[in-house]
Design a protein around this ligand. Structure first.
Ligand SMILES: C[S@@+](CC[C@H](N)C(=O)[O-])C[C@H]1O[C@@H](n2cnc3c(N)ncnc32)[C@H](O)[C@@H]1O
Ligand code: SF4
Ligand code: SF4
Length: 359
């Protein structure tokens, strides 16, 4: 559920810090104190990065369809050491259904390489080698990142719960070529953290891991990755939004709030939804147009899908044995782009239930 952000929403009226807010799709809102992180990364990577972001913005505005997706999201194993109740990981039945009955436990490096190689052939600029899982459970995860970097991907991002972020792993990541690193915390206090991140390490240990990473980055004078922390806004943590923002805003490059999406549509998740006032998504729902089929594919084990929604396996674009390019130009991919371009999400039953269940 990482999001490749862009459009400026405006200056935050509530925050005393006068933060800027950014979003790509209104489901994920990023707040930053100074420079837009796109500007920050571009200042390091140069014009080619700004060129890719220009294309991204045009795709995100439904104006262009690129030859190959601009963003590959590889959800290639489904294991985590936490069991957050709002996540698919804590809902085994849902998880199995979302992955068509087959859960992977290890991201196969050879398979990964083949996908990255195809992306590289098309000069694909961005990749997230992570999905519904904890990426740092793979001991040599930095090698996966490095492979993509060596193959020319310039924008490489992951989310992590930071529980396994030892100083050694931090150093490996700093040297891997990763561009954006986001730590998901979902809470500002230990009590709430324990409740929303079931099975977690103590919050103070995780904060220490993150602070050590930030110290190593500063001492080594690394310009990248840009860093962030995130909160999936839920009924159980909404009261800590401001505290969370205040604690982190001077430490990392951005603070992200993301809308809750129910792990499935059959069960009742009403106790998870935040109050309407805490939602940033409700206002835009009636005319919502989803940009994901315009910029990405999400690869779930062997299946290629158009988006990161839990139900995206119900929108199969293709199989990895036939390659990403073919899936990107499949009749379903084209149809999805068309209905979202003209603002008729309800013409697809899966998109309809996805959008209408997300606050
Ligand atoms: C699925 S996790 C994977 C990476 C890593 N394990 C972590 O927690 O950062 C990525 C992000 O998705 C968020 N998330 C999990 N379930 C969600 C849901 N039902 N709706 C919206 N965001 C969700 C998490 O809070 C986290 O920020
Ligand atoms: S840490 Fe991440 S992947 Fe693991 S259960 Fe929580 S949200 Fe899901
Ligand atoms: S199901 Fe449809 S609306 Fe939902 S994220 Fe996927 S493409 Fe977008």
């Amino acid at each position: 559920m990482t999001d490749n952000k862009s459009d400026v929403l405006g200056e935050d009226k509530i925050s005393p810090n006068r933060l800027k807010s950014y979003t790509t799709d209104n489901r994920v809102v990023h707040k930053a104190k100074d420079e837009d992180i796109i500007q920050k990364i571009g200042n390091v990577l140069g014009q080619k990065f700004f060129d890719y972001r220009k294309e991204w913005d045009a795709a995100n505005r439904f104006e262009i369809v690129t030859e190959f997706p601009l963003f590959l999201q590889l959800d290639m194993f489904q294991v985590c050491n936490y069991s957050c109740p709002h996540c698919n990981i804590a809902n085994p039945k849902t998880l199995l259904k979302a992955y068509n009955g087959k859960i992977e436990t290890k991201m196969d490096f050879e398979k990964y390489k083949r996908i990255v190689d195809e992306g590289s052939d098309y000069n694909c600029p961005s990749i997230e080698p992570q999905g519904v899982n904890e990426p740092l459970l793979i001991k040599d995860f930095h090698k996966y990142v490095r492979y993509a970097y060596d193959k020319g991907f310039m924008d490489i991002m992951i989310n992590t719960n930071a529980s396994a972020l030892t100083p050694k792993r931090s150093q490996q990541l700093l040297d891997s070529g990763i561009t954006r690193l986001r730590f998901s915390l979902d809470a500002a206090t230990p009590e709430t953290y324990k409740k929303v991140r079931v099975g977690s390490r103590p919050l103070d240990q995780v904060i220490k891991n993150i602070e050590t990473f930030l110290e190593l980055k500063e001492k080594g004078n690394y310009k990248l990755p840009v860093t962030g922390v995130s909160m999936c806004v839920l009924k159980g943590n909404q009261h800590e939004k401001q505290m969370f923002e205040d604690f982190w805003i001077d430490k990392v490059d951005m603070v992200t709030f993301q809308a809750f999406q129910p792990p499935n549509f059959e069960e009742d998740f009403k106790d998870f939804y935040p109050d309407m006032d805490s939602s940033h998504f409700k206002e835009s729902k009636p005319e919502y147009r989803c940009p994901q089929p315009f910029h990405r594919v999400v690869i779930r084990n062997d299946l290629i899908t158009p988006c990161c929604a839990t139900c995206s396996n119900e929108l199969p674009l293709g199989h990895i044995k036939d390659g990403v390019h073919k899936a990107w130009h499949s009749p379903l991919a084209k149809k999805l782009r068309e209905i979202h371009r003209i603002g008729k999400y309800y013409d697809n039953a899966v998109c309809k239930k996805c959008i209408e269940s997300t606050l």
